[in-house]
Write a protein that binds this ligand. Structure first.
Ligand code: ADP
Length: 658
């Protein structure tokens, strides 16, 4: 067994790997960017090396610097985690050249499975069913459109080099094909440096069912059952579970065997996942599942498999990399109970799931029986725009599916995150949705139910605003009182009373607030019971408000039913008025790059028209016209880096004065 490991990754997965490494008595060596110098995984490691600036391209993707750190620290092996360099054949090769064991498959297997088109051909040769489509080399739009027509709509355009749902577009009709192709190619070029795509049949009522496989260096290959990852948003997994609802032992055996064959076809070693898509219109059926791709690494959702098998997959990775044979046969792989994982993200479901960065003012997870939380952050940390905004994975285990889901639901409602907005409430609604409970869902479920799941813009919650306002007032009183008591050591007398007593009627005063970036005029009224709060059209009595309030610098963060409202006193000198106006300005929803601009100065546009595309975190966000009007200002050019909130285009409504 190894004595030391360098973890070429960050965040929760680095923490997760370090835990197992330490349990096995290994020295854990971290590498980190400048931005992660204080991160939890760096604290947990025995040693840490700074490998460069925050952008991943300058640190976590720098093979040279990581190898240098490995050589300096004497690391015997490198675990790449998932993402970053985990599926880069070149990295595996360079490790080998330097006498360091790469915890993963041979470079040849990574290459063989790395491109979706080649992987599909390989799978087909191995007798594994694949989705009908065009996986060839020709890329001209006219030709691909013809192929799409032959395949029959709906089709799916996918980046050949794809991953994480990037560069993937569903197209329902021929008139949309060209625009979708261009967008997929742009995304593919920017995310993978390779614009090539393939076109395949869009499988109806699709269920994503994947098989975890494990192979040793002695020809042993087994599968560790399936995971169902059908709850997805924009082709990204949101909730994963095992076993798959509706899976039968016969079907598991057939899919498991297909996955093992795919792995054998590339002489696989280590942990891998073979992803299938199943046509779920009539449940899972042996003649209706197709190979999609193989991920040649540990998956984000591996804890679900650990929960039902009792295995530690990272330990198993180390053991097979060290040359040990698999310690069990296929028939001996345990399967007990049910497990489900939810990915808790710093993102705002009410704003199209945009990543939400910033300081974590509060962070608390439940510690219940059957609950496992894998996280890489602590209260006080920043969620930065540089990396994936996942805060934690919450995994629940139960004797059966209902118990696992109940536990997860409870855990989600007990999770506290203040600062960045999160999808916690959204996840809870998802876990509680009766169709999901009944096993009646496919990959389109989230998209079809956004409103029910709370993923639509909603008005301010007056109770939360009141709770925040009253907390601000109380804090100010406490401050005044503290300074008063400091000045007058004895009884301060009536001058420091804070009951709002005055001789003429009740005391009322306006309280100008900024709530989630919007100006709100509040009104405070004082009587003997204390202050009550009024918003235009809504009076809130003291005691009516039940919410968690977290102090965040000058602001208060109010969390009610998983929804956060930020309340601050309006300070004209501190606020960027640009962010508050409603004058038709279309602003960058986040830090990113302007990749397309569809309008010109003075152009007339209709509400909902496509105005621009901002690419951020390797995803494209289409910005639409907020109302009918005329483009009165274009403030950025294609190719510009734009800051969150930056004005890009202004659409003046018709009839509006200049
Ligand atoms: P990536 O590598 O970018 O994650 P995948 O090929 O793994 O892309 O596909 C991601 C998801 O997209 C799948 O889980 C599935 O939900 C959906 N998907 C992929 N191929 C198809 C298809 N042919 N028909 C319908 N949905 C598909």
């Amino acid at each position: 067994m190894f004595e030391s490991v360098l973890i070429a990754n960050r965040g929760e997965i680095a923490c997760r790997i370090i835990k197992t490494a330490k349990r096995l008595g290994m020295r854990a060596i971290a590498v980190h960017s400048h931005a992660d110098a204080e991160a939890l995984f760096v604290q947990m490691a025995d040693e840490a090396y700074d490998i460069g600036p925050a952008p991943a391209a300058d640190s976590y993707l720098r093979i040279d610097r990581i190898i240098h750190a490995a050589l300096r620290s004497g690391a015997q092996c490198i675990h790449p985690g998932y993402g970053f360099l985990s599926e880069r054949a070149e990295f595996a090769e360079v490790c080998a050249e330097n006498g360091i064991v790469f915890i993963g498959p041979p470079a040849s297997a990574i290459k063989a499975m790395g491109l979706k088109d080649a992987a599909k051909s390989l799978a087909a040769q191995a007798g594994v069913p694949i989705v009908p489509g065009y996986h060839g080399a020709k890329q001209d739009p006219e030709f691909l459109r013809q192929k799409a027509y032959e395949i029959g709509y709906p089709v799916l355009i996918k980046a050949v080099a794809g991953g994480g749902g990037k560069g993937m577009k569903r197209v329902d009709k021929v008139t949309d094909f060209e625009a979708a192709l261009a967008s997929a190619q742009r995304e593919a070029q920017s995310a993978f440096g390779d614009p090539r795509v393939l076109v395949e049949k869009y499988v109806l009522s699709p269920r994503h069912v994947e098989i975890q496989i494990f192979a040793d260096r002695h020809g042993g290959v087994v599968h560790l059952h399936e995971r169902d990852c059908s709850l997805q948003r924009r082709h990204q997994k949101v909730i994963e579970e095992a076993p798959a609802p509706g899976m039968t032992p016969e079907m598991r055996e057939i899919m498991g065997r297909a996955a093992v064959e795919a792995a054998r076809a590339v002489d696989y070693v280590g942990a891998g996942t073979v992803e299938f898509i199943a046509d779920g219109r009539e449940g899972l059926r042996p003649d209706r599942f197709y190979f999609m791709e193989m991920n040649t690494r540990l998956q984000v959702e591996h804890p679900v498999t650990e929960a039902i098998t009792g295995l530690d997959l990272v330990e198993l990775q180390f053991r097979v990399a060290a040359g040990e044979p698999l310690p069990f046969t296929q028939a001996e792989v345990p399967l007990e109970g049910h497990a489900v994982e939810a990915r808790l993200y710093a993102e705002d479901p009410e704003k199209g799931f945009l990543p939400s960065t910033g300081r974590l003012w509060a962070l608390e997870f439940p510690e219940d029986f059957g609950i496992r939380v894998d996280s890489g952050v602590e209260a006080g940390d920043e969620v930065t725009p540089y990396y994936d905004p996942m805060i934690a994975k919450i995994i629940a285990r139960g004797a059966d599916r209902a118990e696992a889901l109940d536990r997860l639901s409870k855990a989600l409602s007990e999770t506290v995150v203040a600062g960045p907005r999160t999808n916690a409430a959204f996840l809870k609604r998802l876990v509680d949705a009766h169709e999901f409970r009944a096993g009646d869902f496919d990959t389109g479920f989230i998209n079809l139910n956004l409103e029910r799941l709370g993923a639509v813009e909603r008005p301010l919650d007056p109770l939360s605003v009141a709770a925040g306002a009253l907390a601000l007032v109380r804090r100010d009183h406490a401050r005044v009182e503290r300074s008063g008591r400091a000045a007058y050591a004895g009884d301060p007398g009536p001058w420091w009373a804070d009951d709002g007593f005055q001789l003429v009627g009740k005391r009322r005063h306006g309280l100008p607030l900024v709530v989630d970036g919007e100006r709100v005029e509040g009104l405070l009224e004082w009587d003997a019971e204390g202050p009550s709060f009024e918003l235009p059209g809504h009076t809130v009595e003291p005691g009516e408000v039940e919410a968690l309030v977290v102090e965040a610098g000058e602001a208060m963060l109010v969390i009610a039913e998983g929804r956060q409202t930020r309340v601050a006193i309006y300070d004209p000198s501190a606020i960027d008025v640009e962010h508050l106006d409603h004058d038709g300005a279309i602003k960058a929803p986040m830090h990113g790059k302007l990749v397309a601009l569809f309008v010109e100065q003075e152009e007339r546009v209709e509400k909902g028209a496509r105005i621009a595309v901002v690419e951020a975190m390797k995803m494209e966000h289409v910005l639409l016209a907020p109302a009918d009007g005329v483009v009165s200002e274009i403030a950025a050019a294609v190719g510009d880096q734009v800051a969150e909130g930056a004005r890009l285009v202004v659409v003046k409504q018709e009839g509006e004065a200049e």
